[in-house]
Write a protein that binds this ligand. Structure first.
Ligand code: PGA
Length: 256
């Protein structure tokens, strides 16, 4: 099996303002210590704080991600920002198609791939999110829904760039609920995603990192990241305080 560097990313959603962002990014930079070179660590702060976050993280191993990105280069798109705007700041990653964007802001299998495409074209690492709702799981449609969302994304990825892609499996029922998927549930879906990757990209599927997201905490990270296809975590609530995100990163050390 190819060696994939474990990757944990905090998603700060609409929380920390500039001051708190500076403080928490600084704490990540100062605390990353023994994770350095073994586990990749990123955070996705509120858009208005990205400039400050990049300033504090500059020159350190801590990466800064955007929570969203528009696919156009520029133009009349009030309230949006482009890949170029992010790159200019020093942002290196962009979350695309988070379930909150899908549920509340109209993101779907047409727009999410466009965001991923733009990120890849502009040199950002896309963290593309997929995941089923509670109703879909209860109706035994998890494989179908995750399969459809994943295929829509993979369709626009070229073989020579697939290893830059990060896919995050985030079951909607596990997000912010305190009820994480069990390691077995997570692995089952991650294996399905890996198989879809393999069908399209052959051996290169082994190079793609698959994050799990949904109520990841320091005390469940290690068991989730022990699963063969769980290569990292996308973390909401438990990422807001730097020591907690770093403790989750420790859970990835066993894979490093
Ligand atoms: P949570 O959020 O860790 O608070 O469940 C995960 C996410 O939305 O990425």
């Amino acid at each position: 099996m190819a060696k994939r560097v474990p990757f944990v990313c905090g998603n700060w959603k609409m929380h920390h303002g500039v001051e708190a962002t500076r403080k928490q990014v600084r704490a990540l930079v100062e605390g990353i210590g023994r994770l350095q070179g073994k586990v990749e660590v990123a955070v996705a702060p509120v858009a208005t704080t990205l400039f400050a976050a990049c300033e504090v993280a500059r020159g350190s191993p801590v990466k800064i991600a955007a929570q969203n990105v528009h696919w156009a280069e520029k133009g009349a798109f009030t309230g949006e920002w482009s890949v170029a705007h992010l790159v200019e700041l020093g942002v290196t990653h962009a979350i695309c198609g988070h379930s909150e964007r899908r549920a509340l802001f109209g993101d779907d299998d047409t727009t999410v791939p466009k965001r991923v495409r733009a990120a890849l074209d502009g040199g950002l690492v896309p963290i593309a999110c997929v995941g089923e709702s509670l109703k879909e799981r209860e109706e035994s449609r998890t494989a179908q829904v995750v399969g459809r969302q994943t295929e829509a994304i993979l369709e626009i990825v070229k073989p020579d760039e697939v290893e830059r892609l990060v896919l995050a499996y985030e079951p909607v029922w596990a997000i912010g609920t305190g009820k994480n998927a069990t390691p077995t549930q997570a692995q089952e879906v991650h294996a399905q995603i890996r198989a879809l990757l393999a069908k399209r990209f052959g051996a290169k599927a082994e190079l793609v990192r698959l994050q799990y997201g949904g109520s990841v905490k320091p005390d469940n990270a290690a068991e989730l990241l022990r699963e063969p296809d769980v290569d990292g975590a996308l973390v909401g609530g438990a990422s807001l305080e730097a020591p907690s995100l770093l403790a989750i990163g420790e859970g990835g050390m066993q894979r490093a």
